[in-house]
Structures are given as C-alpha cells and as structure tokens.
Design a protein around this ligand. Structure first.
Ligand SMILES: O=C(O)CCC(=O)C(=O)O
Ligand SMILES: [Fe+2]
Length: 258
C-alpha cells in the first residue's frame, strides 16, 4: 500500500509545517496528542483483518509490578503506594511476525512520517536494532488490562486499530510525579489508584495516532469487558541508533529474545 493512501493526508497534512507546529504545541502543552482518523478507513479495516490473521502468533504475558516499574522498596510497607501491586496482561505480536507487505511496515519506514514524528517530538527517532521490538501489535482481550504505571520512555507512539466495545479505556493524569527532580508524587498517585482523585479518559477512536508522554503521567488501560478486543499497535523508536530492547524486557513481553 502506498503511504499516501495509508494516512488521511487531506485531513492531516503531515508535510505542512503549520500542521506540524500545531501538533508540537499541543503535545508540549498537554503531554498528549491524539490525531483522530489518522489512518484511512480502508487501512483500519485492513489492519483489523491482519491483526486477526496473526493473532495465533501472539505471546500473552502476565505481570505484577508497581506503578514505578521498580523492584519493591523493603524500607516501605507492602501497602505503601511505592510498593502497591498492579496487574498487567496482554498479548503481543512482534515486529518479525508482521507481514512484509503490511501497511504498518510501510508507515513505520516512511521517511516523511519519521520527519513528522521528529518535528513533533523534537528528537531524532531510530528503529530498534533487535528484530522484535520496533512494531508490536498488542491484544487486550476480555479481562485483560494494563495496570497503573509511569513509563520509562519519555514518549510513546501508538495506533488504535480496534477499540473495545466495553472497557479498555485509557485513563491518565498528567504531571503527577516529576522524575527529573525526584518528586515521586506519592499522595496523588495513591489518590488516583484508590479512586479519590479522578483521572482523565483519553478518547481514541479506531484509526487514531496517539503520542503520549508517560514518564510523569500516571496511566493505565482499564480491563476490557467486551468480546471485541482492544487492538493497539505500538510504533517503537529510540533517540539514538543501534539500541536493542533489554533481554529481560524481551523475555517478559515477547517470551523470547530472537
Ligand atoms: O495501550 C495503550 O494505549 C498504552 C500502553 C502503555 O501505556 C504502555 O505500553 O506503556
Ligand atoms: Fe505506558
């Protein structure tokens, strides 16, 4: 598929400096950018079919973790928000399992898309050097979820391929902690997890491109409640060339390292 037919360029002129600047301003101001209908409707339908075709290859992982994605701190009680256990489980199809002619590869490799991302994120972007990590299809089937957490990476780039009919909402609250100053935001983190501080819900329709800064924004994917799975593609990049995802992370999320 021609990249010009994958992206809705009439709606979202990624080659136009004014469009790019307004995207960057939105991301800088709010920490999130949702471009609805980024993918053409033909592409969305095609990708839904492709995701179903490769679904038997998915590796399903189940993890317990805390929101900081760190080993627990033995100097604090088990019930302290620093150590509070969260559950994440999802299926994942890796880069090497994505068909050679997939529009996902075409988009990921399209130089114009890279230039757009670099302008909006204000950093250079390079693919992963390992064979598994660059493009991932994530399956959140009924009952599966991603627990509350802060990302290690400073940005995430995702494509919503199929929305759940029920559940699976992306919930977040920005600027809860400050990783750079070491402020861990325990009070508000606990309030969100325990339900006394209401998070926001990020609307993302099928075909949306989402850029999210998750290092200091607490977020989760609520459990999916419908038979229709939430299927989301992560387009993973580094700010330097030659980086591989750690073997530990590959084992955890993909069940193998090559
Ligand atoms: O599934 C999503 O929309 C976001 C996933 C996420 O937060 C993550 O992978 O860290
Ligand atoms: Fe995240």
């Amino acid at each position: 598929m021609n990249p010009e037919n994958i992206v809705n360029l009439k709606l979202h002129p990624i080659h136009d400096r004014r469009f790019t600047k307004s995207c960057k301003a939105q991301l800088d101001r709010t920490g999130v950018l949702v471009i609805e209908n980024f993918l053409s409707s033909d592409t969305v339908l095609f990708l839904q079919g492709e995701a179903r075709d490769v679904r038997p290859l998915a590796f399903f992982c189940h993890q317990n973790h805390n929101v900081y994605l760190l080993d627990s701190d033995p100097s604090l009680p088990k019930g302290h928000v620093r150590n509070l256990e969260q559950v994440s489980d999802k299926g994942c199809v890796t880069h090497d399992q994505i068909p050679d002619d997939s529009p996902l590869r075409t988009l990921y490799e399209w130089p114009d898309f890279r230039v757009f991302l670099e302008s909006v994120l204000n950093v250079p972007v390079f693919p992963y050097a390992d064979t598994l990590s660059s493009i991932n299809i994530n399956y959140y089937e009924k009952g599966l979820q991603l627990g509350w957490h802060y990302d290690n990476a400073s940005f995430a780039i995702t494509l919503m391929v199929q929305a759940a009919e029920e559940g699976g909402e992306f919930e977040y609250l920005e600027k809860v902690r400050n990783q750079e100053t070491g402020e861990q935001g325990y009070t508000d983190t606990e309030a969100v997890i325990k339900g006394s501080l209401k998070p926001k819900k990020l609307k993302m329709g099928e075909g949306a491109l989402v850029l999210f800064r998750g290092r200091n924004s607490l977020h989760r994917v609520a459990p999916v409640a419908s038979e229709r799975a939430r299927i989301l593609v992560t387009l993973n990049f580094n700010t330097e060339p030659g980086v591989m995802l750690s073997e530990l992370a590959r084992m955890t999320f993909f069940g193998r390292i090559v």
